[in-house]
Design a protein around this ligand. Sequence first.
Ligand SMILES: [Zn+2]
Length: 495
Amino acid sequence: MANGLMRPLLSAAVLCLAAGAMAPAAQEAVDAAMVARIRDEGLQRSRARELYLTLSDSIGARLTASPAYTQAARWARDRFAAWGLANPRLEPWAFGRGWSLEKISAEMTAPRYMPLIAYADAWTPSIPGVLSGRAVYVGDKTEAEIQAMATQLRGAIVLTRLPQDAFMEMDRPQPGLSDAPVRTGNPFIPPVRSAAPPEQLLSLLQRAGAAAALKPSAYRDGTVGVVGNRNTASNAVPSIAVAAEQYNMLARLTAAGTPVELRLELRTRYHEDDLNTYNVLAEIPGTDPALRDEVVLVGAHLDSWHTASGATDNGDGVVAVMEAMRILTAVGARPRRTIRAALWSGEEQGLLGARAYIQQHFADSAARDRLAVYLNDDPGSGRTLGFYMEGNAAAKAIFDAWLEPLEDLGVTRNIIEGIGSTDHVPFNEAGLPGFNAIKDFDAYDERTRHTNADFPERMSEDELKQSAIVLATFAWHAAMRSGKIPRAPRTASTP
Ligand SMILES: [Zn+2]
């Protein structure tokens, strides 16, 4: 509340001029009475913090198809049901096996004792028993040199990469704070490097019979970036990421000839009893006989990576969607079109839940015609500043009008540029209007996204409330206007 997050709009005059220049914004209706009710409910009787902490603390990380993911999906469905939304449901789609971590322990035992900050790649197999042994460094070895080390590598704990000397130093530029065009999307993550081709390393080590493969990540100060590959074989060499500074120390000592002894325990579990995972859907039915079959879809991905709490990626987006639906229900919203919430699974493996939904529900053009708009809340943490408009100037003029009554809550501007890498993308690919919220990127790239540091502290209660209010007002207006959101030509969707 006191952290300066509810900033006044810096350039209201500029925005008004811009909106005036695009004539449709001036005529676009804004439902001031409903905006006031949504704001009152969202600010005075918010459940956002409670939802956020349940998701982050009580359920925690939600790797796709893991038991924790399914628990989160059932919890969200049950909340939707408790609030009185219609048709709360889990929609299955085929994914493959889940995975969860049961134990990891990584320690240096010589030349002195030191516990290590270490995480297994998702879908990595277990290490049998307790593995103790001397670290073998191959980061500076070519493919041929590694092949020649076969005897030394059998059963060994292998340091696979060069010491990490390039790091995620900063967050991406914030496109919502400047009138100048800003590069949008994920920033470059410095690679972890090795003398041998990185994509060959694990198979080389597997052929040599190595027992474990250690690598650094490109984050600083104990932060470890960890993802994983769902196609990892059950007999692959277990792959563990170690905090870069610690990895570098192990590599330097070993390369200098100091014997380094390590002790590892790693127990993981594959979940193969149900090879489906589930999107969560629920809705507020439309009431206009001519429009109620049309859908305004608001969504966020519920799955996360596995090492922390999935708080900023993407618990905050999930809370925005859930709380927006709760607010709309609480104020008695009876929209003309149906407003449907979607919480996706499998986003982190390739936007798979949204893609499955599009395949299941928008296969034919009549069905695609019934989607009024899709609004997604994902990359970034913090408040919502506006929307990436994907090159769609006609839609931007409408969204600009909807943003105005929220200016005092810290929204700033919609930008004409698009953004990739999240769940609105497959909608755009199918020719459907999908837009993603512009969020703050405070510490998101540099610290929390896909790391062991993605905990709830990076979002304030004010920001959670604000994000939900923005989504609720946009969903309401999209459900009430006489026309659907204009479709953009495909070629204009990416700047
Ligand atoms: Zn992510």
